[in-house]
Design a protein around this ligand. Structure first.
Ligand SMILES: NC(=O)C1=CN([C@@H]2O[C@H](COP(=O)(O)OP(=O)(O)OC[C@H]3O[C@@H](n4cnc5c(N)ncnc54)[C@H](O)[C@@H]3O)[C@@H](O)[C@H]2O)C=CC1
Ligand SMILES: O=C([O-])CC(=O)C(=O)O
Length: 334
C-alpha cells in the first residue's frame, strides 16, 4: 500500500558525483542518512564529460541498491540542467592541486568551475536551495559561487568544516578516553586549511572543562597541529585523501541544517555578518546551531588572547584568498 501522505522528494545535486567522495556519499543519501527514514530523495549527478562514466556506474549501482527512498536519478554534464529545481547542492567536484601548481593557479581553475555553478544555481535552483561546498579550497570556492548568485540569500552558501570539527571531536575523545557523545562545545574557526583553529576553550567532556581534562599544553599545542594537519596525515597513511569521512561530514552538515542541532553546536563555514570580528562577507568557520532550517552563530563566547590571535591568522588567510580571486575578476566588484 502506498503511504497516503508521502512527502515530495527533496532534490539533491551532487557535483563530482563520479569521483570518490561522490561515490561514498550517494549511497548514504539514498538510504536516508541525510533527511531521515521517511523522506524520499531525487538525486542529480553532475559531472564533466571525463567523469561521466563514474557517475553512470554509480547510478547503475544505486538502482541495484533498490533504495525505497530513492525517487529518481538523473545525470547531467551542464550546470543549468544539473541544478534545475535543486533543493540541496553539494559542490564536491573541483580541480585538485597537481605538482607544480601554485595556489593562484588553483584558485583560477576553481573560479572557472564555481563561478558558472553559482550562476546556474542562481537561475535554475529551487527557491529554498541550500549549498554546501566541499571541493577545495572550499571556503573561497563557496565565496565565488555565492558572489555569482546574487538572487540567492547569502546565508544559503556554506563550506564544509564539519570534517575538521568531527576530527577535532574524535581525536579529543581518543585522547581523553571519553565517548564522542560526552563531548560538546568544540569549535573550528577560520579556513578549511592548516591555519584553522580547533578551539577547546569552551569544550566540555562529561561536563568538565576539556582543557582541564587533557591539559593546555596538549590542547593548545599538539592537538591543534594534529587536527589542522589530519588531511595530510590521512593522505600519507592511506595514499589518498579522506573520502568516507568527508562524505560522512557532508551528510552530517546537511542533516543538521535540515533537521536542527538542538542545544548542541557544530562548526560551519558561513558568510560572516561581522560576528567575532570576522570581516563581513568572508565565508569563515564559526560555532553555530541549526534552527528552523537556518544557521545561528553561537553568541557571546569569550575569546581570550590566544584564541584571538589564532582566529585572526586564519581569517587573514581567507581575506587574502578573497583579494586574490577579486583581483582575478572571479567575484564581482562590491
Ligand atoms: N572540505 C573538506 O573537508 C574536504 C574536501 N575535499 C575535496 O573534495 C574534492 C573532491 O574530492 P574527491 O571526490 O576525492 O576527488 P575525485 O577526483 O575523486 O573526484 C572529483 C570529481 O569531480 C569531477 N569534477 C571536476 N570538475 C567538475 C565540474 N566542473 N563539475 C562537475 N564535476 C567536476 C571530476 O570529474 C571527478 O569525478 C577535492 O577538491 C578535495 O580536495 C576532500 C576531503 C575533505
Ligand atoms: O587535504 C586534502 O587534500 C583533503 C582535505 O581537504 C582534507 O582531508 O581535509
Amino acid at each position: 500500500m502506498t503511504a497516503m501522505n508521502a512527502p515530495q522528494p527533496i532534490t539533491v545535486t551532487v557535483t563530482g558525483a563520479g569521483g570518490q567522495i561522490g561515490y561514498a556519499a550517494l549511497f548514504r543519501i539514498a538510504s536516508g542518512a541525510m533527511f531521515g527514514a521517511d523522506q524520499p530523495v531525487a538525486l542529480r549527478l553532475l559531472e564533466i564529460p571525463q567523469g561521466v562514466k563514474g557517475a553512470e556506474g554509480a547510478a547503475l549501482e544505486l538502482i541495484d541498491g533498490a533504495f525505497p527512498l530513492l525517487a529518481s536519478i538523473d545525470i547531467s554534464t551542464t550546470p543549468d540542467e544539473g541544478f534545475a529545481g535543486t533543493n540541496v547542492a553539494l559542490l564536491v567536484g573541483s580541480r585538485p592541486r597537481t605538482a607544480g601548481m601554485e595556489r593562484a593557479d588553483l584558485l583560477a581553475a576553481n573560479g572557472a568551475i564555481f563561478g558558472p555553478q553559482g550562476r546556474a544555481i542562481n537561475e535554475h535552483a529551487a527557491d529554498d536551495v541550500r549549498v554546501l561546498v566541499v571541493g577545495n579550497p572550499a571556503n573561497t570556492n563557496a565565496l565565488i559561487a555565492q558572489r555569482n548568485a546574487p538572487d540567492v540569500p547569502a546565508e544559503r552558501f556554506t563550506a564544509l568544516t564539519r570534517l575538521d570539527h568531527n576530527r577535532a571531536v574524535g581525536l579529543l575523545a581518543e585522547r581523553a578516553g571519553a565517548r564522542v557523545a560526552d563531548i560538546s562545545g568544540v569549535t573550528i574557526w577560520g579556513n578549511h586549511s592548516t591555519t584553522q583553529y580547533p578551539d577547546l576553550s569552551h569544550a566540555t567532556i562529561s561536563g568538565r572543562a576539556a582543557l582541564d581534562v587533557v591539559g593546555e599544553t596538549w590542547g593548545r599545542g599538539a592537538y591543534i597541529e594534529r587536527v589542522a594537519n589530519r588531511g595530510a596525515e590521512i593522505i600519507e597513511v592511506r595514499g589518498g585523501s579522506s573520502v568516507a569521512s568527508a562524505a560522512n561530514a557532508a551528510i552530517d552538515h546537511v542533516r543538521d541544517w535540515a533537521l536542527g542541532t538542538g542545544e548542541a553546536w557544530t562548526s560551519v563555514s558561513l558568510p560572516s555578518t561581522g560576528a567575532y570580528g570576522i570581516p563581513e562577507g568572508l565565508i569563515a568557520s564559526v560555532p553555530a546551531h541549526a534552527v528552523d532550517g537556518g544557521w545561528r552563530v553561537v553568541e557571546g563566547l569569550e575569546i581570550d588572547a590566544f584564541s584571538r590571535a589564532k582566529i585572526d591568522a586564519s581569517v587573514a588567510e581567507l581575506a587574502a584568498e578573497r583579494d586574490q580571486v577579486a583581483a582575478m575578476g572571479l567575484i564581482p566588484a562590491e
